[in-house]
Each structure stands twice: as C-alpha cells, then as structure tokens.
Write a protein that binds this ligand. Structure first.
Ligand code: NAP
Length: 303
C-alpha cells in the first residue's frame, strides 16, 4: 500500500480506503477480522456515514476499535442525509457529528464529508458548523461527496479550511466523469457533462476524488465482476489479472488507480478474501493499453 495526500488537508492516507456501508450485520469477531485484514495490508482509512445501517455500522466499528488502536486508524464519516430531505443546517451537522462520535466511541473524527448536496445549503451556516467542529477538536478535516464544481466553490468561498475530498461514484462500469472529458463537443450521449467537469476541477484544486461503489454497475444494481451480464469485460479482466497473477477484483480497483488524478477508491466488500484482493491493487500499475482496453470493453467508443 502506498500513501497519497488527502487534498490540501496535510493528511497522508492509503490510496485505497475501506468502506463500512455494509458492515452493520457483521458479528463482533467478523468486524475485528475485517479491520485486522485491512490494517495488515496498510489500509487504515475507514469510510462511514451516520446513516449506514441506521447508525449500526459506526456502532459495531466503534466496538472493534480499542483506545490503543484509535490513533492508528483514520476515520471518515458523513452527514447531511435525512429521511425525505437533505440537511446542511448548523443543528443537523453538529448533532450528526455528536451522534457519530458517540457511536464510534471516539472524541474526534479525522474527516467529515457532506454526503449529498442540500438544495437549501447556506454556505455561511455550514462554515459556522465546520468552524465550531474544528475549534472543539471534534472534526479535523472536511470534504464533500457527490458535489459538482460550482457547489464546491460556493461552499469553499465561505470556509477558512480547504475541502480536501469529493466522494463520487466511479467504476469501470460507471464512468460519466471520464466519458465527457474524451468526447468534448460531440453530439453523442457520452459527451453529456453530468457533473460540471468535476474530475478536472478536483485535479486543478487538489481535491482528492474518492470513487464509491468501485465494483458496481448502475446505481447499486450489482457487481460486474463475475456477472454474466458482462462476459467480454470479465474475460479481459481475467486475462489481464492472469498476467499480473491477481484476481479480476484487483484489476478492477487497479483500473481506477491507473488514472493520474491520484484517486482514493473506497472498497465495499465485507468478504475478507475480496477485501485483500481489492487492497492488492495498490501494487499493480496497468499499462496505458490495458487501461483503454478495459474502458473499451466496458462499452465505450474509442477511435
Ligand atoms: N458517498 C456516497 O454517496 C456513497 C454511496 C455508496 C457507497 N459509498 C461508500 O463506498 C463504499 C463502497 O461502496 P459499495 O459497497 O457499493 O462498493 P462495491 O465495492 O462497488 O460493492 C461491494 C458489493 O459488491 C459485492 N461484490 C460481489 N463480488 C465482488 C467482488 N468480486 N469484489 C468486490 N465486491 C464484490 C460485495 O459483496 P461481498 O461483501 O459479499 O463481497 C458488496 O455487496 C461504501 O462502503 C461506502 O463507504 C459512498
């Protein structure tokens, strides 16, 4: 595993983060094994949200992290989604963080992300909440998720700390942010800019993109690896995996890491073998030809 800078935060983080959205129903011993597997492979960055498992994911994770382990792990969580609405109000942000701290059994969160844009966001109000959280030591660094460039800039203008990360959906089978950049000014569907040019914006402003659902197609429709919906893609992943003596899962994560934006994909598996396979991707650097072959086989048109 190698480390990257998390935007301008000054925080060094492993280039692959471990997602905890699906851990709520794991037993205590399963969570301990999950955390141990990650730590043994140098992956000490764990991604949470107040809503994962209705709070249960943070709770079970908090129980697995003993006080002596706390300084060795980097905990990121999110807030801003409530049933039936988004909420970036001062009260919601601060209360959500207090809830996360309690469930995680810690007195600080390393990184807090705003989960999805709130149409009613008041940048000054968010700034007040962030300043309070920073001054009280409850949160050390801040970022966003699923935000476009103008939303980021609007918020950033009100803040006196840098937004260090933007978590966005990206996988071999979900590439709108890449497609638009290589189909500039064309009439085809891939040319549609769905995110305001967020990939280049984040690179220009040193904001780390954290790809979520790195193995899914559609919106949580399923994992493309081993899916009979994508036979050709699986064949290519297998062939390239065989060349490096790794699995298709490893190649799928390595494909994201090969992009020069220095992204930090967030894994989602709860299976220890697949977690280890995902983390091995940090050791693989695909060739330019392999990267484009995978992209083409995913159904994208190239000359
Ligand atoms: N910011 C946001 O809006 C947002 C949205 C969604 C997720 N996230 C974050 O991103 C993380 C990852 O999302 P995700 O869970 O959807 O990720 P994912 O890695 O794309 O999907 C994981 C799911 O695919 C399954 N899977 C089947 N075969 C697999 C294989 N060969 N390799 C890996 N997984 C396989 C896993 O099952 P097994 O567990 O049985 O392996 C698991 O159910 C989450 O934990 C969360 O932290 C953020």
């Amino acid at each position: 595993m190698y480390n990257i800078d998390l935007g301008k935060s000054g925080l060094k983080v492993p280039t692959i983060g471990v997602g905890c959205m699906r851990i709520a129903n794991m037993s205590e011993s399963e969570i301990s094994a999950f955390v141990d597997t990650a730590l043994q492979m140098g992956a000490n960055f764990f991604d949470h949200a107040d809503i994962y498992g209705g709070g249960k994911s943070e709770e079970v994770f908090g129980k697995a992290i003993t006080p002596s382990m706390r300084e060795k792990v980097i905990i990121q969580t999110k807030c801003g989604i409530r049933k039936g609405q988004y909420d970036f109000s001062y009260e919601h942000i601060v209360n959500s963080v207090d809830g996360s701290l309690k469930r995680l059994g810690t007195d600080y969160i390393d990184v807090l992300l705003l989960h999805r844009p709130d149409a009613l966001m008041e940048p000054d109000e968010v700034a007040r909440a962030f300043s309070y959280l920073k001054e009280t030591g409850k949160v050390r660094n801040f970022g966003v998720s699923n935000h476009n460039p103008y939303q980021i800039q609007l918020l950033q203008n009100a803040l006196d700390m840098p937004l260090c990360a933007n978590q966005l959906q990206l996988s071999i089978m979900h590439t709108p942010m890449i497609d638009a950049g290589i189909n500039v000014n064309m009439y085809n569907n891939s040319a549609t800019v769905r995110d305001g040019g967020v990939l280049d914006f984040c690179r220009l402003n040193n904001i780390t993109i954290q790809p979520w659902s790195p193995m899914q197609y559609g919106f949580f429709e399923g994992c493309f690896v081993d899916s009979n919906k994508f036979p050709e893609l699986n064949e290519v992943l297998k062939r390239i995996g065989d060349k490096y003596s790794v699995s298709k899962t490893t190649i799928a994560i390595a494909w994201i890491l090969r992009h020069p934006a220095k992204m930090q994909p967030i894994t989602g598996t709860t299976n220890l073998n697949r977690l280890a396979d995902s983390l091995k991707a940090a050791d693989i650097k695909l060739t330019r030809e392999e990267w484009y072959e995978i992209y083409r086989t995913a159904g994208n048109k190239l000359p």
